[in-house]
Design a protein around this ligand. Structure first.
Ligand code: ADP
Ligand code: NA
Length: 330
């Protein structure tokens, strides 16, 4: 039986991933690679939509690949590749640009947010076209399932609209994909600002747990996490966002229920909870970090593996691209 096709990706936008990327994406990808024919991309073309240092971008792309692998993405079970290594992404994106309405693309809320922050001179046409490149990413693999965060729902909707429009105008060409929206319980917040999503691109790194931080740095950040004056270890997103965030991280990383953690730490205060959490996080990330350093120690082998995976991805993508080119008369 053929496994359903799945596609997801992450930008190589920092030299380390953060714990939200691990819990919200990598942990579920690791499970999904067993049940799906999974394509996991490092989307460097997407990263280019904001200014990048060329040397750092190339290095961060390798580092991101190493972190995927060290976190359990198996490059022989899943196809793990760098987006720019498969030329079909940019080629199909161009065709899709020509059937996407300017008004339709202008309604993307992520573009509105990002461009508002960057001003009209800092906002590139590439940033505007980002969701259409993402549509190409997904459609090239005849993807059925797209696991993403809530913030990407609108982009997957756009992908579906573009695919359906293409199919009705030019004949059946693309599979219409479905978004598989990340569970609310997999969302991690900034340790210093526990109502804001933890992010690689956060302005301050004080509340970000990096996968590649030294264990002592991670422990310090957890011990300094913002909590509240109440003292009770209770899961309450509304009134105790800091403690609730710590319990969420603990529960997913240790594979324990929130209830069992509340019971264990009842009456013991936040210091003990944080100490326990720091042990769990460093216990998981320690070996991952060691494996990342090992992989980065042999860049030629890592590059060989990525090239091999890109060939595999291109084998699928080029078939879809040829079909689409043929349909539009190219
Ligand atoms: P970042 O904000 O760290 O740059 P991205 O927006 O590039 O992360 O998202 C990459 C992947 O990681 C997506 O699948 C996204 O849903 C997931 N992700 C990012 N931040 C978090 C978070 N704080 N909690 C849960 N999942 C997250
Ligand atoms: Na980001």
């Amino acid at each position: 039986m053929n496994k359903p096709r799945l596609y997801s990706g992450m930008q190589p936008s920092a030299d380390s991933l953060q714990i939200g990327n691990y819990i919200g994406a990598l942990l579920s990808w690791k499970a999904l690679q067993q049940t799906h024919d999974a394509y996991f991309s490092i989307v460097d073309l997407h990263a280019l939509t904001v200014a990048q240092d060329p040397v750092k971008l190339r290095e961060n792309t390798r580092r991101t690949a190493a972190q995927y692998i060290a976190s359990g993405i198996d490059p022989s079970a899943a196809t793990l590749y760098v987006q720019s290594h498969v030329a079909a992404h940019a080629q199909l994106a161009w065709v899709l640009n020509t059937i996407t309405g300017f008004g339709e693309a202008s309604r993307m809320t992520q573009f509105k947010d990002k461009s508002a922050k960057q001003g009209s001179d800092g906002t590139t046409v590439g940033l505007f076209a980002y969701p259409i490149l993402m549509a190409a990413d997904i459609l090239l693999y005849d993807t059925v399932v797209v696991p993403v965060g809530e913030d990407q729902r609108q982009h997957v909707e756009l992908t579906r609209d573009i695919a359906a429009r293409f199919n009705s105008r030019f004949g059946d060409t693309f599979v219409i994909p479905e978004a598989d929206i990340q569970k609310e319980t997999a969302k991690i917040f900034d340790l210093q600002n526990p109502t804001a999503k933890m992010s690689k691109s956060a302005e301050s790194h004080a509340g970000v747990i990096w996968l590649l931080d030294e264990p002592s740095v991670t422990a310090k950040k957890i011990m300094r996490a913002v909590t509240d004056a109440d003292g009770g270890v209770v899961f309450d997103r509304e009134n105790k966002p800091g403690v609730t965030n710590l319990l969420t991280i603990y529960s997913t990383m240790a594979e324990r229920s929130i209830q069992s953690l509340e019971d264990e730490y009842a009456g013991r205060g936040y210091g003990d909870l944080k100490k326990g959490l720091a042990e769990v996080v460093t216990g998981t990330f320690g070996p991952i970090r060691a494996r990342v350093l090992e992989l980065l120690g042999d860049p030629a082998e890592l590059d060989r593996l990525l090239a091999h995976n890109a060939d595999r991805a291109a084998g699928v993508a080029n078939v879809t691209l040829a079909r689409a080119f043929d349909r539009v008369g190219l």
